[in-house]
Design a protein around this ligand. Structure first.
Ligand code: FCB
Length: 457
């Protein structure tokens, strides 16, 4: 087992250790205090979409257990908490009246963090689009980008004075491709045209959101959280090598390109550009506004091979088998070196600001035995990925923090409650929280920070 104190010595003294969650996955109280449904309420209440037809009505009941959960974060000894704000609590119909009671909840959350000396990293959009906006086409409609801008401005006007950092979006790859092309996440579309519209509208909303944050709070660090994919070709054959390049553009370039270089990837545009919505004058400048930081969510690599079926739609790739035998309980290949390859490659391709690892962690479903949860494989997973992170820092990459996904077991989207990522176990029948072995280990590590060797920063 990696000694957390020895690992700690490999990080600069101002490195931020935190834990992460998202509103829909933990809050519950789905009808409380004026909240209206999101697309995830509708999706999870529809049979066949989410495992066991689980939904977010109760989740971890965090909405009603706020103080106790903040005490838990404090007890873990971490310096920062990454959480998301539920748009359907703040502007329940997406546009129209602002719900003060929704804002009050996040006021209490942020004040509770401040009172405990914990930094607040807020995410504005972690997938819970107000359902009413689906009436206009949801993320496929340009109007949603402007609705998001107003929501962003509303949140920052109220909370911005006490936030330490804000991200516009969490993983647009999921809310675009996984939600509109692969049909796995809400709203469950399987349509390239819908997905291409969602892509540009989401990128535009990000840029409009950045502008809204800056207009309210020019000094609040604003960023974007991306689940970049480390793509590997299945073989050295020219077809697979070309397929891997297309996959990189399709899964990464369509977000990194506009945001960090002001353009969609060329190959992607020649294949699919004619099916994109109109890119209006000024859009690319808005999307390309400079960011103070970016967040990387990393779990597993993406291995691809060429799809040689005639007429295969761009990017014309098929999944290729895992190379490492070790998989987590959700079936994801464990491959820590891919995290290093990914950060090096992205920095090669784009000029990136400071990076935070905003999510990393593993699904292991072991339960409580004699009051304890022995999740050694999760501990090992986190330790290995932190070790790669320390390597990256020593190579000179500006990685400033790491957030374990997740603070506690929660609603794992299409997998419902059966897949557990927490460093704290949740018994959903009693809502009892039990810190797992990985949680105690992470706590020893996190408690070393901040420390005195700020290595010249
Ligand atoms: C990420 C999501 C997060 C969680 C983890 C396991 O894609 O951002 O909400 O579900 O995966």
């Amino acid at each position: 087992m990696i000694d957390p104190k020895i690992l700690a010595a490999r990080f600069p003294g101002d490195f931020v250790f935190g834990v992460a969650t998202a509103a829909f996955q933990i809050e519950g109280a789905s009808k409380a205090d004026g909240r209206k449904p999101s697309i995830w309420d509708a999706f999870s209440n529809m049979p066949g979409r989410v495992f066991g037809r689980h939904n977010g009505d109760v989740a971890c009941d965090h909405y009603n257990r706020l103080e106790e959960d903040l005490d838990l974060i404090k007890a873990l000894g971490v310096e920062a908490y990454r959480f998301s704000i539920a748009w359907p609590r703040i502007i329940p119909e997406g546009t129209g009246p602002v719900n003060e009671k929704g804002l009050d909840f996040y006021d209490r959350l942020v004040d509770g963090l401040k009172a405990r000396g914990i930094k607040a990293f807020a995410t504005l959009y972690h997938w819970d689009l107000p359902l009413a906006l689906m009436g206009d086409g949801g993320w496929t409609s340009r109007a949603t980008a402007y609705a998001f801008q107003r929501y962003a401005q509303t949140v920052i006007a109220r909370l911005g004075d006490r936030l330490d950092a804000v991200a516009t979006f969490n993983e647009p790859w999921c809310s675009v491709w996984l939600s509109h092309l692969y049909g796995v996440h809400a709203p469950g579309e399987r349509n390239m045209d819908a997905a291409l519209h969602a892509l540009h509208v989401t990128n535009l909303a990000h840029g409009l959101g950045v502008a809204a944050v800056r207009a309210e709070r020019p000094n609040l660090p604003v960023g974007l959280v991306l689940n970049a994919h480390q793509t590997y070709a299945a073989s050295n054959g020219p077809e697979d090598v070309a397929a891997e390049k297309r996959a990189f553009d399709f899964h990464n370039g369509v977000f990194f390109g506009p945001v960090f270089a002001g353009a969609y990837p060329r190959g992607f545009m020649s294949a699919l550009g004619h099916r994109m919505p109109e890119i209006e004058p000024g859009d690319m400048e808005t999307i390309h506004l400079p960011l103070d930081w970016w967040g990387l969510n990393y779990y597993t690599p993406m291995r691809v091979q060429a799809d040689e079926a005639p007429g295969a739609e761009y990017p014309a790739t098929l999944p290729a088998p895992a190379v490492n035998g070790t998989k987590t309980d959700i079936g994801w290949e464990v491959c820590a070196p891919a995290l290093g390859d990914l950060v090096r490659r992205l920095n090669d391709a784009y000029r990136l600001p400071d990076c935070y690892i905003t999510e990393n962690g593993a699904c292991y479903n072991m339960g409580v035995e004699n009051g304890e949860v022995n999740d050694q494989p999760r501990l090992d997973y986190i330790a290995e990925h932190l070790s790669v992170t320390a390597d990256l820092i020593s190579e000179g990459f500006s990685v400033r923090g790491y957030f374990a996904w997740s603070l506690m077991d929660n609603f794992e989207w299409a997998e419902g409650y059966r897949m557990r990522f927490g460093i704290v176990h949740v018994d959903y029948a009693t809502q009892v929280r039990t810190i797992k072995k990985s949680g105690y280990w992470y706590s020893v590590l996190a408690r070393q920070f901040p420390k005195g060797n700020h290595s010249g920063r």
